[in-house]
Write a protein that binds this ligand. Sequence first.
Ligand code: ADP
Length: 705
Amino acid sequence: MPNCSAPAGFDDPLEARRLDALYDYEILDTASDARLDRLAALAAELLDVPIALISLVDEDRQWFKARVGLEDVGLEAGETPRAWAFCDETIRGDAPLVVADATADARFADNPLVTGRPYIRFYAGAPLITPSGERIGALCVIDQKPRQLSAAQRRRLSSLAATVVDLMESHRLARVLERREKRLALAELTQMAQIRYGRAFEASLNEVYLFDADSLRIVAANSGARQNLGYGSDEILRLTPLDLLDGLEPEQLERLLEPLRSGRRRSIRFVRAQRRKDGSRYPAELTLELDRGGERPLFVALVQDVTAKQAQERELGGALALTQSILDACQEAITTFVPVPDARGEVVDFRCLQANAAACRLHVEFFGDLVGVRLLQLWPAWRDSTVFEVLRRVVAQREPATIEHHYADGRADAWYKLSAAPAGEGGLTLVVSDISERKQHERALQRSNEALEQFAAGVAHDLQTPLGQIAGFAALLERHLDAAGGVPAKARETLGCIAQAAENMSHLVSGLLDYARLGTLTVDPEPVDLQEIVDHCLEEFAAELADAEVTVSPLPEVPGNATLLRQVFQNLIGNAVKYRSADPLALSIHAERSGAVLRIAVEDNGIGIEPRHAERIFEVFRRLHGTDSAYPGLGMGLALCKTIVEAHRGRIWLDVDPHAPRAGGGRSGGSRFLLELPLAAPSTPRRSGGGQVLSLHGRGRTGTA
Ligand code: ADP
């Protein structure tokens, strides 16, 4: 019996044929079939035994398609090794095999199914013989006690076995028919696809293949696809995309196709290695669409060989890596964004395309991976702030902008300088630097300037009072002396000197205060009519200029602070008047545009300045004359002019060119001051100088001369 006969393998042609016939039924390991179960139950009942099985004898196991009563005897196995199978003995002949008492049968006495569960004593099995004569298994009945089987019962068992085979056969035929139908349908489909996609399909330079949405079988492939893949027209029709796409599991393919099937997407695109018939692979970009237009839905796969494209991308990747390393070396956070429009096309956010290391450090909460993150996720507080408006403007007007901005939300509280520039199609590059420290210093500086200003004002006030008293006491003393009988001439002169010295000191103190204030003021540029300013100054000096030859060319408007610019001209005109020579005064104020700046020349024919003093005269308290000279002054006028002009982003200097024209037509003598002022307002206000009226008397009208 079974344990004494080793199973025959595929090397045995008879056994191979038998196994082929068995496999043809595609029955092994399938779910139970109610009709076959009923047949097994009928066998058990007819022959009055507790156990009936439909056993199929596989290469090295017997597998039960139907089992009745096995569980009741404590055996739940759906199969046993072939070596234990009584049925393996049964399939050696056409007639039923009957074993009345297995313990008394040398073939089975030590069979584990006899010595152990289900403790078989009685066995009767009729082979399942296919129409082609192959014995693929047995219908068998089993009892735990010995018994006999009558000839009639044997016949019944055989005819039930034949019925089992009939049922299996009818299943098999149904399947064959179904497949044939499908094959026919597929052939039709292929024909239909060719008609439907016509010549364009065949002539396309790309690879195109169509596959059935149900079976996934390729139903048509154009010559591009066939050539690149190396398959013949018929060969390729036996394949599915799973045969072509490298390492793609059926579930993965289904997941890919799902959005098309459900209608969520019109097309999908992915890159995957495609395998040629010869086993070689190439990177392919597949665009898939589902065509529901025909009788049966078809997937259309457009395939592009992207070998060259990927090589290019690798090259580009090298260049990008270089750019990235440069960006990473920068301390500022640099991020490039693309716009995110809403349904109406309005930019409602930006999405990060590239970020340098500093940006990643700034936004550690995104684990350093900023690509794809939206701007308002990075900076939520900008949602309704002017910053977002500025960024939108940068993109819309394609003009860069720089702003300083105090950012505060739950995670950050800092001052940032933002420089935004348009990048690519509607994109934006944003450079963010933390300027909190600078702002802190500025605030500290502002506080200390304010304290200094207060201190200077206090000192000035404290000094002015005794100075006024000195002058007052000197005048009082003069009156007392007059009353006491007259003041000697020398004493009167000395008293006059005391009063004058006190007044000089008083002017010096006010000048100092003004100069100190200049350092803390800001120029908020407004259009300033220079003509009006100069006219006004000339009027102020009308008396001194009564006999002078004054020429002024038309002067334009410049952006600036009128009060401060007036001081510049007051000082320059005042100096021309003060440092006049014995000749009648000639003063010329002439302006010309030079690019983006206005150059103004203020010339006189006075005593002139030696070129070696050209720099020094702009230093504060620097004078070329002693206090007792004929030219009194504090030495602050030109220093103030320089500070004011520079606060307007301009410059002022003494022209030392000996050939430069001089006022009055002469070629020597006199002074020529040049100043340049920008014609357009600067984008950000500049510190220094201010909209405050300064009470500087730099013209030094304090002298006795
Ligand atoms: P101050 O006139 O009070 O001395 P400024 O700063 O206005 O102070 O001028 C500095 C010095 O430059 C003056 O002391 C003077 O020697 C010289 N200076 C300025 N303007 C002229 C000028 N137009 N002609 C000759 N010397 C001048």
